[in-house]
Design a protein around this ligand. Structure first.
Ligand SMILES: [Zn+2]
Ligand SMILES: [Zn+2]
Length: 152
């Protein structure tokens, strides 16, 4: 990553324009909003899908830490390994909290936490939380685990 990229918005993800949002991902695509449509993977405004202030605040709280760790990992400096370990730990705070939010939101709309994966470590085949084989019938990423509400 060069200096120009660091000072630009890291991605130019647009808003979801699907007629109907049928499911969500909580995913860090280096934008301000981690709520993404499961169909087009673009951002979904929390107000559009009727999230309460409390739900939106819980997501923002989770994302503050999740996004910080992700950026530390991307920066490849002193904190890279630390950040990766935290992001990979299924019982680490960002993953526990992220899955709790996914579960709470799933009462309204099926929601999955996008689990961290380092592509240097090869393709994931098992769910990082429960260890069962991933369901690979997915449009985005490699697979998902419906029991653990994650996608990877
Ligand atoms: Zn969409
Ligand atoms: Zn699982």
């Amino acid at each position: 990553m060069n200096a120009y990229h660091r000072l630009r918005p890291w991605t130019d993800i647009e808003s979801c324009e699907c007629a109907d949002v049928k499911g969500l991902f909580l995913v860090d695509l280096l934008s301000d909003n981690p709520i993404h449509c499961e169909n087009c993977r673009r951002e979904v405004d929390p107000e559009r899908i009727g999230l309460t202030t409390e739900e939106t605040e819980a997501i923002a709280h989770w994302y503050w830490a999740a996004n910080a760790l992700y950026r530390l990992w991307l920066l490849s400096g002193e904190y890279e390994m630390y950040a990766k370990e935290r992001l990979l730990d299924p019982s680490g705070e960002v993953n526990v909290e992220g899955r709790q939010i996914a579960q709470a939101l799933s009462a309204k709309l099926p929601t999955r936490l996008w689990f961290f994966h380092d592509s240097d470590d090869g393709e994931p085949t098992a769910c990082p939380v429960c260890g069962n084989p991933l369901n690979t019938a997915v449009k985005w990423g490699t697979g998902r685990c419906d029991a653990c509400l994650i996608q990877i």
